[in-house]
Design a protein around this ligand. Structure first.
Ligand SMILES: C[S@@+](CC[C@H](N)C(=O)[O-])C[C@H]1O[C@@H](n2cnc3c(N)ncnc32)[C@H](O)[C@@H]1O
Length: 288
């Protein structure tokens, strides 16, 4: 068996890359994650996943993917770590600020107004919410727009239990809050050891749940759904499935916001009208 680093040290060859990972090894990893972690890698973009696998294999000090597969087979902790490495949790408050400006100026006030007139709850769902930055940004916007008596529910879901634990804790490093205004930082955060903790009141506005958007049923219906920077990991077929799930979960007249680099699947275009192409905002077709 090749020991960690041996190949690099002895052969002095560059470390392998994702494209070098052969299909047999890839399939073995897929099978281990499916059988032991109940995680389906089928459907994810293969090259995108291979690159992340290669990066994880290198970072634990292995240069031989076959040896890494043996480690993975026996070590459930490494399986969990690999899952975390595969689904990166990069996010920040008000990521792509301009879309939050549109939400603050037009979409959220309109939906709040709709809920008031209908005496219904205004319901927001952040799909793939990572460490909570996205649903908390919406909670901060709602703080300023909400009136006494408004009913509001914000839910954040993610595949990763670790990300959800961080989300519930609500403590963020400075780079994650760099787009939060000074006024909001002073009003809603408390600085602890160079980190920023969101206050209990705002944290209490968001509920977090583990949910796999690929395989779990949508358990929540919403007026506004954000599903950003998550579709990019999936094949076209999977993207279409997700959008159909989200179309079903949206209340009539509700809005869906995708990430900057994401577009509506062709087959789903009849379910939505695009109301802001630059910000990737779509409205569910149906009578409000
Ligand atoms: C890049 S982050 C995006 C965070 C946030 N939406 C944003 O745009 O800043 C992608 C998140 O999607 C989550 N994710 C990956 N696959 C998922 C799935 N099948 N179901 C739910 N969440 C998933 C990952 O755990 C990760 O936290």
């Amino acid at each position: 068996m090749v020991e960690p680093f041996e190949e690099e040290l002895v052969g002095n060859r560059p470390p392998f890359l994702g494209s070098d990972l052969d299909d047999d090894v890839y399939q073995q990893i897929v099978t281990i994650l499916r059988d032991q972690q109940n995680f389906q890698l089928e459907g994810y973009k293969v090259l995108c996943i291979k690159r992340r696998l290669a990066s994880r294999i290198r970072s634990v000090g292995y240069s031989d993917p076959v040896a890494y597969v043996e480690l993975l087979r026996q070590d459930s902790r490494e399986q969990e770590q690999l899952l975390t490495a595969l689904s990166i949790h990069v996010s920040q408050f008000f990521r792509n600020e301009s879309v939050f400006k549109v939400l603050e100026k037009t979409i959220v006030p309109e939906l709040l107004d709709f809920s008031r007139r209908n005496k219904s709850k205004f319901r927001i769902w952040s799909v793939g919410c990572a460490n909570g930055e996205e649903p908390y940004s919406l909670a901060l916007i709602c703080q300023a727009l909400q009136r006494r008596g408004d009913l509001l529910s914000i839910v954040g879901t993610d595949l990763s239990p670790e990300a959800l634990t961080r989300a519930k804790r609500g403590i963020f490093p400075p780079e994650r809050v760099q787009c939060v205004s000074d006024e909001m930082l002073d009003g809603f955060f408390c600085k602890i050891n160079q980190q920023y903790q969101l206050n209990e009141q705002v944290r209490g506005q968001v509920q977090f749940f583990r949910h796999d958007i690929l395989s779990d049923q949508a358990f929540y219906r919403a007026n506004l759904i954000l599903c950003r920077n998550l579709l990019i990991y999936f094949s076209r077929e999977q993207q279409q499935m997700i959008m159909e799930t989200l179309a079903d979960a949206l209340l009539p007249g509700g809005y869906l916001v995708l990430g900057r680099a994401e577009t509506m699947a062709l087959a789903c275009r009849k379910l939505f009208v695009c109301v802001d192409p630059a910000e990737r905002i779509y409205r569910r077709v149906g009578v409000a």
